[in-house]
Design a protein. Structure first.
Lengths: 74, 668
């Protein structure tokens, strides 16, 4: 499933990034990287996720390139 | 070159005769700039990185008995640079910037309350194998939340010395200084953990491996609830990033900021205005009347004063923006505005410059540096001068006084309409540029929402001094030259009394006879200006402006304000023979303007002509200092010329349409 399809507060593991290279670097540097855990804090556009202990805001159109596997529902 | 003794009593020779340089590197929000300010204080200066428009601060500090240069690199999350700032930071660190030498050592600044995230960049820097020291910053917050660190273990895992500090309270700085001194002396290169050495070789998965390493190190070296520091911030963000409430809060915060800017700046502005008036008067008393006195009082003093009068607003703007940024709110504002701004093709970060431009376009253009993408940044810079800046206010006030001298409600409605016209046009033009000239996807938002913290007044103050000084340097020199040129055009050639038209001569004689020297002086300068180069130019271009409802005097005003729009009021005052005066209703200027007539007897300042003048001044690019700053920030004259071209065309067409439709509707 996609990152923005998660329900608020659910935790997921990043499975794949299909975004342009430059954006991929920005995401990976922020911790949104294959194998890492992320948690959706606020749904919508832009949305907020919790990753590596801080919150990161990102546009929904970027989140639609982040494939995740849900680990725990809210 | 002298040799020095290090702590172990060994002689250490500096390798070259240039001073040692240490680069400060770290994530944005890690408190790098606070630490830099702590270490260097007011001795720091702003400079461009060689061959770029990216700025940084550098400053000398003394470590033991040697002097070392500290360079504050732009904040970054990774060495795989994406933005211009990051590229320059990385190139500086690697010594790849032509004309600049590689720093001798790196001081990595880490946020202790956010260790795992900060360790990614650290791992990359460790791999560079430069002499490295790690400063574990924000220890005061970490203590407050009960976070504990095994510093010995952390130092072992990182392979370099780690010093716990708090840039905010100043604790640990002595130890940091000692450690820096040792680093410079011994040039110790970090011993890198094998898992990091191997992951620098593979490019595809290096982030995974590095994040794994960061996680392991964090788990092994720190204890405590790492989510504790962000609890308050998350609660605040429930409100401040909310789709509706968050937007309302944003509007309220911005409104408050601008009220503060305009309200607090008003007193120093009046003072500065007074000083320059006094200076002009005093110098005028000392110097014998003539060209020199006129050059100094009308040219230099009033020109420079006209610029410096905006300085308090600019200082306040930078100060408040620095506080907002330091508090962590600006990241939320970019977040809240992102979706709205995306509609016109701009990123959320563009709103700060767009708002700042309501005080002055120059600091706004400078603050457009926060925009990552080059095209997005150029578009923002191009449309910024359309926002109603303070320099337009005297012109607006003059038109309002002409149109609605006794109706404050209508006047304020029209005032608001002028602001709205500027904003709407700017957004529409941004959309247009993104569709045509600077086509491209708007960079999607990815922004860290750092924990809120109490902003540092000291940092904001230093930032304010720095940016304002930059404004004075750039705008000041240009304004000085412009003022001189405008003064010369309006002063020469001189017309002797005997060459003036007969009726003027007789009128002058009559004023003298009835002992009205002021009236005589006013008439004299009015005729002087009419026959000067500026007056002749105005008459020559008058046909161009006639379809907009402007007479030749207004044309001179428009021409003179291409350098700086606010001078139009004083130019008109001279042209209409009332002397320099304020634009309040009932003032002699407004009175004179209201009764002025075209040659055929029609009144000049009809409702249609006033509206046309207003529209023209809302949209026209009439500020050379802004153009100079645009040139500096974009690195090419192409962009300021485009700015001038499109805005002038827009202003002309819009004023033409306004005048023709309103006069057709019979609004005379």
């Amino acid at each position: 499933m996609l990152l923005q399809e998660l329900s608020p507060d659910s935790v997921a593991m990043v499975a794949d990034l299909s975004v342009p290279d430059e954006d991929a670097i920005r995401l990976k540097a922020m911790g949104i990287c294959v194998g890492r855990q992320v948690q959706l804090v606020r749904a919508g556009d832009p949305l907020i996720i919790r990753v590596l202990g801080t919150r990161v805001g990102m546009s929904a159109r970027l989140a639609s390139g982040v494939v995740v596997e849900q680990i725990a529902a809210s | 070159m002298s040799s020095t003794l290090n702590q172990n009593g060994l002689h250490v020779l500096p390798t070259t005769d240039r001073p040692c340089t240490i680069a400060l590197a770290g994530n944005p929000n890690a408190g790098k700039t606070s630490l830099f300010n702590r270490l260097t204080g007011l001795r720091a200066q702003t400079a461009n990185f060689a061959g770029t428009t990216v700025e940084h601060r550098r400053g000398r500090i003394s470590l033991g008995n040697q002097s070392v240069t500290l360079i504050d690199l732009p904040g970054m999350y990774t060495l795989d640079a994406v933005t211009l700032d990051e590229h320059v930071a990385v190139d500086t660190l690697l010594g790849n910037l032509p004309g600049a030498v590689q720093p001798d050592a790196v001081l990595v600044v880490l946020d202790a309350t956010n260790l795992e995230r900060n360790l990614l960049l650290t791992s990359q820097i460790l791999n560079l194998q430069m002499p490295t020291l790690v400063a574990l910053n924000m220890m005061d917050s970490a203590d407050q939340y009960g976070l504990q660190f095994d510093l010995e273990e952390l130092s072992k895992r990182l392979g370099c010395a780690v010093v716990p500090i708090s840039a905010r309270t100043g604790s640990g700085l002595d130890k940091l200084n000692t450690a820096l001194e040792q680093l410079v002396c011994e040039q110790a290169v970090p011993t890198v953990h094998p898992s990091l050495t191997s992951c620098s070789s593979c490019s595809g998965c290096q982030y995974s491996a590095r994040h794994d390493w960061a996680e392991t190190v964090t788990l092994a070296t720190s204890r405590g609830n790492t989510t504790a520091p962000s609890r308050l911030s998350e609660a605040l963000d429930q409100v401040l990033t909310h789709k509706v409430v968050g937007f309302a809060c944003f509007a309220a915060i911005m409104l408050f900021t601008f009220l503060m800017i305009f309200w607090m700046a008003q007193y120093p502005m009046d003072m500065i205005d007074g000083w320059f008036g006094l200076a002009s008067y005093t110098v005028g008393q000392w110097l014998p009347e003539g060209d020199l006195s006129s050059l100094i009082t009308d040219g230099i003093i009033s020109g420079v004063g006209g610029m410096l009068v905006f300085l308090p607003q600019i200082c306040m703007l930078f100060f408040l923006l620095a506080l907002l940024e330091d508090s962590g709110y600006l990241a939320r504002a970019a977040f809240v505005m992102d979706r709205l701004m995306y509609r016109v093709g701009l990123p959320g970060k563009a709103f700060v410059p767009l708002l700042s431009a309501h005080a002055c376009a120059i600091p706004a253009i400078m603050s457009a540096r926060v925009i990552d993408d080059r095209r997005d940044r150029l578009v923002t810079i191009l449309v910024l001068p359309l926002m109603t800046c303070s320099a337009r206010l005297p012109v607006y006030a003059m038109v309002m006084a002409l149109l609605f001298p006794t109706d404050p409600l209508k006047a304020s409605l029209l005032f608001t309409a002028a602001y709205v016209l500027g904003i709407v046009t700017a957004l529409a033009m941004a959309w247009f540029f993104k569709k045509t000239l600077l086509r491209g996807e708007t960079k999607p938002l990815v922004i860290e929402l750092p924990n809120y913290r109490l902003p540092s007044i000291r940092n904001a103050f230093l930032m304010m001094i720095d940016r304002s000084w930059e404004f004075v340097k750039t705008a000041g020199t240009t304004i000085m030259i412009i003022s001189l040129v405008v003064w010369a055009l309006a002063t020469y050639p001189k017309t002797a009394i005997e060459n003036m038209p007969a009726e003027v001569q007789s009128q002058l004689a009559e004023f003298e006879a009835t002992n009205q020297p002021n009236a005589a002086a006013r008439l004299f300068s009015q005729v002087q200006l009419e026959h000067s180069f500026a007056g002749q130019l105005g008459k020559a271009v008058a046909p161009v402006f006639a379809p907009l409802g402007f007479d030749w005097k207004m044309s001179v005003g428009v021409l003179s304000s291409f350098a700086a729009r606010e001078v139009v009021v004083s130019t008109m005052a001279v042209l209409y023979g009332v002397g320099e005066d304020a634009s309040e209703a009932g003032s002699p200027l407004i009175d004179r303007l209201r009764h002025s007539k075209h040659l055929d007897g029609r009144p000049v300042f009809t409702t249609a002509a006033c509206l046309s003048l207003l529209v023209f001044y809302v949209l026209a690019m009439q500020c050379l200092p802004t153009q100079v700053v645009t040139r500096r920030e974009t690195g090419s004259w192409k962009w300021p010329l485009l700015q001038l071209g499109y805005m002038s065309a827009l202003a002309y067409v819009a004023a033409l349409v306004t005048y023709q439709t309103t006069s057709a509707m019979g609004m005379n």
